[in-house]
Design a protein around this ligand. Structure first.
Ligand code: UT7
Length: 337
């Protein structure tokens, strides 16, 4: 079958969220904030916090195991693994290689990480789709897994209230059925705005030193106001461009699955697209911003709740550090048993 004839769809999903819940009230005892401020400015009520030994590769492996079990597949059925993360277990090797070993995937398949922050899952989905369309692989595991609690400055109230930990996994599969699965996509980046959301130290430019530790440079820093404005503009624009490229309109879309950063960002995007908020499944109130894990966590929740049905058009849209952004239009496909 030629590349043009292969469709790639999401066959199954699985998620893992740490048990430990950190509420806004608990946070108010850690920094000068309040449940009222956090809820009204972001929509977040609580987030999950991973424990020691509960790393992105562990959470990703748990999520993937659930996705495999749901599809009646085993690790041996996977031909390719891509992990999107901005909080890898270690600088190297990749979290994907660690996850491959933990999950017991075949020892000869390609496994690699993608670094696109909160847009990571959408980036990984597109890279996985294109690799499957090459015809060289049948099934891919695409995972977003994050432990933001390890890079958040728990003394910085402007950021520590926003983020959480978790993982979501999707199994991508090829099919000869035309016009299902990934219909179109758009990825973009603007490195000129890198400093709006970044971590200064811990890489090769500024390795860990007593000075970087003293200056708290191993933590995430964000210009929230600027990120907010760009997020709304770029997410709405990405949706419009993908829809136009596929000859569709926002009215055709059953579900928009946005990156879950802030309810006010989602509201503004829905407003710009002139789409009711009821078509945007939300779970950021319970998970906070989980970066690359956020879209699969929301997608899985909407799917397992029976909201997403066979044939529905689903539009995933993300925005994050880099700056990066991306959108993917899917026609949801449930293959007959
Ligand atoms: O995945 C993409 C990554 N990031 C995002 O999507 C985040 C995008 N940005 C945002 O979500 C919002 O900008 C925030 C939620 C981060 C902040 O909301 P805001 O309405 O832009 O608030 P602000 O930064 O303008 O702060 C307003 C006030 C300030 O006080 P003053 O200067 O007005 O006296 C802050 O110091 O709120 C203060 N503030 C807080 N107060 C209580 C900031 N953080 C807190 C806090 N609790 N946690």
């Amino acid at each position: 079958m030629s590349r043009a004839e292969l469709s790639v769809f999401i066959r199954s999903l699985g998620v893992h969220a740490p048990d430990r819940k950190l509420t806004n009230t608990e946070l108010s005892a850690m920094v000068e904030t309040s449940d009222e401020w956090i809820k009204s400015r972001s929509g977040i009520s609580e987030r999950r916090i991973a424990g020691a030994g509960e790393n992105p590769s562990d959470m990703g492996a748990q999520a993937a195991a659930k996705a495999l079990a749901r599809a009646g597949l085993t690790p041996a059925d996977i031909d390719l693994l891509i992990v999107a993360t901005m909080t890898p277990d270690v600088p190297f090797p990749s979290t994907a290689c660690l996850l491959q070993a933990k999950l017991g995937l075949r020892r000869d398949i390609p496994c690699f990480d993608i670094s696109a922050a909160c847009s990571g899952f959408v980036y990984a989905l597109q890279v996985g789709t294109d690799m499957l369309r090459s015809g060289n692989y049948r099934r891919a595991l695409v995972i977003g897994a994050e432990k933001l609690s390890s890079v958040v400055d728990w003394q910085d109230r402007a950021t520590c209230v926003l983020f959480g930990d978790g993982a979501g996994a999707a199994i991508l599969e090829t099919t000869a059925t035309p016009d299902v699965g990934v219909l179109g996509n758009l990825l973009g980046a603007d490195g000129v705005n890198a400093e709006l959301l970044h971590c200064v130290a811990g890489g090769s430019a500024q390795p860990a030193s007593e000075q970087t530790l003293r200056d708290r440079q191993h933590f995430l820093r964000m210009n929230g106001k600027e990120v907010f404005k760009l997020a709304v503009r770029v997410m709405a624009d990405s949706c419009e461009r993908v829809l136009k490229g596929c000859g569709k309109h926002s009215d055709d879309v059953a579900w928009f699955i946005p990156h879950q950063a802030n309810i006010r960002i989602v509201e503004a995007v829905a407003d710009q697209l002139q789409v009711g908020l009821d078509r945007f499944p939300i779970n950021l109130d319970r998970y906070g911003n989980t970066s690359a894990a956020s879209i699969p966590l929301a997608l899985e929740e909407a799917w397992t709740a029976g909201r997403i049905k066979h044939g529905d058009l689903v539009l995933l849209v993300a925005f994050g550090a880099g700056l990066t952004w991306g959108a993917t239009l899917l026609r949801w496909h449930e293959p007959s048993p």
